[in-house]
Ligand binder design. Structure first.
Ligand code: URP
Ligand code: ZN
Ligand code: ZN
Length: 468
């Protein structure tokens, strides 16, 4: 099967070139300067004319939660629905979080995650492992999992009693990571302090969704980020902060990076586009749509501008979605009387590429930086680069043709995620995904999905390519 993508502008992390890209079966095999095949001698079964369009490596979303159990319910996208939605948005690889809570057998939890995903995915997928606390058994499994291609572990400084690790546990996991080369992914919020403020707020009758954001003070994210950076220093380990939202946390990351530390961070579209006052603070129970942790931040604290700047300076290296969808009906509604019972998470896997492309339109990012933060660095950070994250001979033929002239308005009615609302309803988008090729097969064309359930394969990952 030969597929030729012709006449497009190929965007890479390092620049823009005019090339035709030839794929044979699931791989990119050659790139020709556009126009050098004037006689049309390069044969192909499928020819895609990308004239006037961008040809970019398939997006890699390193932070999703398909079917995550949370607060007595499950995230509403399965691996099937969530990966089809991702494909519509130009994402061709996800790294999902397999979940272990304290006391559970890590291996059994991981096997459960394999069983959920196997044969279901529209695009390739890999796993990080959430460790809900650290004991000797978990430390031992960290070595085995790294050998098996699960090379990153998420720990939580939040959610006491559910996923929480104390500082001693975090230090032990970081020491292990410094030995075996794993990446520690950190949810940095001071959960013990947050729970005190949450209890006090509810006792005062402050039960609306917006209090979720008020009690999760940005200083608690800044403090936890600083603390994790110091623990990583002592352990000699790298640390990657997931879903960074607060300027206070970004300052801590920037300071550590200026000192030459292996400290990395991602942010998510919700922290660039949504805020506490208008969204989380919307009248009635509407704000529940936007309950996630860390919470949306206030627009008065320059968070949005700081985050775009962080993406330019590389203090924020990656954009992921933290896709964690719950419907309003029967799910978010669990917290009608008490914001603490609202399942935490926002749906977004479908919109990441186009929302971050608006950064290019607004002059916040260059085209190569868009590709770097949404595909190339995610691949390098989590041991997939070469196979993923780049358009080059030898790489998987995961290619998105993106039309800069397209326009649409985000709406729940036209999106494909399994939710009953969109967090980005009404946002006008310049540009749009035109065609998506996953391992040489056109899976999205003219807005329709043409793939087959189970096309996506599990990816064993190497170590992060950012560690020295
Ligand atoms: O609110 C969120 N982010 N839900 C998913 C779990 C997590 O902490 O990433
Ligand atoms: Zn988290
Ligand atoms: Zn998450």
């Amino acid at each position: 099967m030969r597929t030729l993508v012709k006449n497009g502008s190929v965007i890479s992390a390092t620049g823009i070139t005019e090339h035709d890209v030839l794929c044979v079966d699931n791989k990119i095999v050659a790139m020709y300067e556009t126009g050098t095949d004037a006689l049309g001698e390069i044969s192909a079964d499928t020819v895609i004319d990308a004239a006037g369009k961008y040809v970019v490596p398939g997006g890699i979303d390193v932070h999703t939660h398909m079917e995550l159990p949370f607060g007595g319910t499950f995230a509403s996208d399965t691996f099937e629905t969530g990966t089809i939605a991702a494909a519509h948005g130009g994402t061709t690889t996800i790294i999902d979080f397999a979940v272990q809570t304290y006391g559970e057998n890590v291996r059994e939890c991981l096997d459960r995650w394999f069983a959920k995903a196997e044969g279901q995915c529209a695009i390739d997928y890999a796993f990080h492992m959430i460790l809900g606390g650290i004991d000797d058994a978990a430390l031992k499994e960290m070595d085995t999992l790294v050998d098996e291609g699960i090379t990153s572990f998420k720990l939580f400084m939040a959610y006491p009693g559910v996923f929480y690790s104390d500082d001693g546990q975090i230090l032990r996991a970081m020491q292990k990571a410094s030995e075996n080369g794993a990446m520690i992914c950190m949810h940095a919020e001071n959960g013990i302090a947050i729970d005190v403020l949450a209890e006090q707020a509810v006792a005062r009758g402050q039960t609306d969704p917006k209090y979720h954001g008020i009690v999760r003070h940005p200083a608690f994210e800044g403090e936890a980020t600083n603390r994790a950076i110091q623990l990583a220093l002592v352990a000699g380990a790298p640390v990657y902060f997931v879903h960074l939202s607060a300027s206070e946390a970004l300052e801590a990351v920037a300071r550590a990076r200026n000192e030459g530390r292996n400290v990395f961070a991602e942010t998510c579209p919700q922290y660039l586009y949504l805020n506490l006052e208008d969204h989380l603070g919307a009248p009635g129970f509407e704000g529940a749509k936007y309950v996630a942790s860390p919470p949306l931040r206030t627009k008065h604290h320059h968070h949005h501008a700081d985050l775009w700047q962080g993406l330019r300076t590389n203090d924020l290296a990656v954009v992921s979605t933290d896709h964690c969808p719950f419907c309003m009906k029967d799910q978010k509604e669990l917290g009608l009387e008490d914001f603490r019972a609202i399942p935490n998470g926002i749906p977004g896997v479908e919109h990441r590429m186009e929302l971050i492309y608006q950064g290019v339109v607004m002059g916040e990012l260059t085209l190569p930086r868009w590709v770097e933060t949404c595909s190339t660095t995610p691949a390098r950070m989590f041991g997939l680069y070469g196979q993923k994250g780049v358009i080059a001979p030898g790489a998987d033929a995961d290619i998105v043709v993106f039309d800069p002239k397209a326009k649409h308005t985000i709406s729940h009615k036209t999106a494909h995620m399994n939710t009953d609302y969109s967090a980005y309803e009404g946002i006008e988008i310049d540009g749009g995904v035109d065609t998506v090729i996953s391992k040489g097969k056109v899976i999205i064309a003219d807005g329709d999905y043409h793939g087959t359930k189970g096309d996506g394969a599990y990816l064993r990952r190497g170590l992060s390519q950012y560690l020295v």
